[in-house]
Design a protein around this ligand. Structure first.
Ligand code: NAD
Ligand code: ZN
Ligand code: ZN
Length: 385
């Protein structure tokens, strides 16, 4: 089959690779009909989440069930499904406590016994050997482990584009808002107006936020946030300017909730030019630092932007002094997806309005290029294998 394969930093190609096969009785094979490129894929492309071996990328995908293992009772050949990006067993301590992204069983590469990391955490599709070494879904076919726990059948009347983002970015934006404990009326400042930041804005409104502000360095992405999520916007010029603007909007206190939907190095152009996004000396990014400044005392900073191990230093003094609640991890898609599917089906949210590019799988490297470089007003690329 054809698949988008990561070779090395800044080198992804469409190659012919072996078709996936059932390896375990809880596996399913899905024929992929739609798949998207994510900001998280860029961390691999850039080498911030390292990968030594060739790997099929892609963790946002949906398609038609082609084959199921004998242990998968809930799916059959021909079913149309969306697949959550975290791979989880559904029955361990963490899965039973609504933390599928901390699953103890799905990542065979973790663990003290020769594993790559010392603490177990879930495997993700197409997300390096650290995250389980499971081949991803930017491909014609994909093997889905624990297929009796993750995939959800899609109602016939919904198009791929209407539900594709239930795999990751909508539940991720939802998680960011949920961790922000929005009850009604809050001012929510969202750093990043990429796909995740816009989905966080849509989620914050649904939960009852009073004001939603997206902050980004790209005007065209702020325009999209305004159009697709009715957000107020701030074009980032400096940390001080953003903090001052947010304080001036909140009687000097700061936002009730700050969401980091940027992560360690989402902006390649700045990264390549200088150390403007990642403050290497302190080992923390300007965005996370700014969130801690821009949030009010006793507020919440909710982090869905991805951070890797090298950037673990953190402004502890400010966090302690202001009494800030901090939450962040990979989004536990499985615990939200049914509710979010219902929001889509009942017309309470629209997800496909951020798609700017639909390309055949063969043009995936071009999709990566424009998405990474923020060219051609690219917000979200959908690939059609
Ligand atoms: P993206 O690269 O399209 O968007 C990031 C946005 O941040 C861009 O619009 C960029 O211009 C903006 N940005 C860069 N520097 C900035 C700054 N200093 N201030 C404000 N904005 C700035 O990526 P995306 O797909 O929207 O993903 C965003 C982040 O969320 C990534 O780190 C991604 O890995 C992460 N993510 C996490 C999860 C999870 O489960 N936690 C899931 C999906 C994505
Ligand atoms: Zn993603
Ligand atoms: Zn588990």
């Amino acid at each position: 089959m054809k698949a988008l394969v990561f070779h090395k930093i800044n080198d992804v190609r469409v190659d012919t690779v072996d078709d996936p096969i059932i390896e375990d009785n809880r596996d399913a094979i899905i024929r992929v009909t739609s798949t998207a490129i994510c900001g998280s894929d860029l961390h691999i492309l850039d080498g911030f989440v390292p990968q030594m071996n060739n790997m099929v990328l892609g963790h946002e995908f949906m398609g038609i069930v082609e084959e199921v293992g004998s242990g998968v009772g809930n799916l059959k050949k021909g079913d149309r499904v969306v697949v959550p990006f975290p791979i989880a067993c559904g029955s361990c301590f963490f899965c039973n406590n609504k933390w599928p992204t901390q699953c103890e069983n799905s990542n065979k590469n973790y663990g003290p016994d020769g594993g790559l990391m010392t603490e177990k955490g879930a495997a993700l599709f197409g997300y390096t050997d650290l995250y389980g070494g499971i081949q991803g879904g930017q491909a014609e076919y994909v093997r889905v482990p624990y297929a009796d726990f993750g995939p959800r059948i899609v109602p016939d009347e919904l198009t791929d584009e209407q539900v594709l983002f239930l795999t990751d970015i909508f539940p991720t934006g939802w998680a960011a808002a949920d961790w922000g404990r929005i009850k009604g009326g809050e001012t929510v400042a969202i750093f990043g107006a990429g796909p995740v930041g816009i989905m966080a804005a849509k989620s914050a409104w649904i939960m009852g936020a009073g004001r939603v502000v997206n902050i980004d360095i790209q005007q065209y992405r702020l325009d999209m946030a305004k159009k697709a999520a009715n957000s107020e916007t701030i074009l980032w010029e400096s940390e001080d300017q953003v903090v001052e603007l947010i304080r001036s909007m909140t009687e000097g206190r700061g936002a009730d909730v700050c969401i980091d939907a940027v992560g360690m190095e989402a902006d390649r152009s700045l990264l390549e030019k200088a150390k403007a996004v990642i403050n290497f000396e302190k080992g923390t990014t300007k965005v996370l630092e700014t969130c801690l400044r821009a949030v009010r005392r006793a507020g919440v900073v909710s982090v869905v932007g991805v951070y890797g191990a090298p950037y673990d230093n953190f402004p502890l003094g400010r966090w302690f002094d202001k009494g800030i609640t901090l939450m962040g991890t990979q989004a536990p898609v499985q615990i939200y997806i049914d509710h979010l599917m219902n929001l889509v089906q009942t017309g309470k949210v629209t997800l496909n309005d951020i798609i700017t590019h639909t390309l055949p799988l063969s043009e995936a490297p071009h999709g990566y290029e424009i998405f990474k470089k923020k060219e051609d007003n690219c917000v979200k690329v959908v690939l059609k294998p």
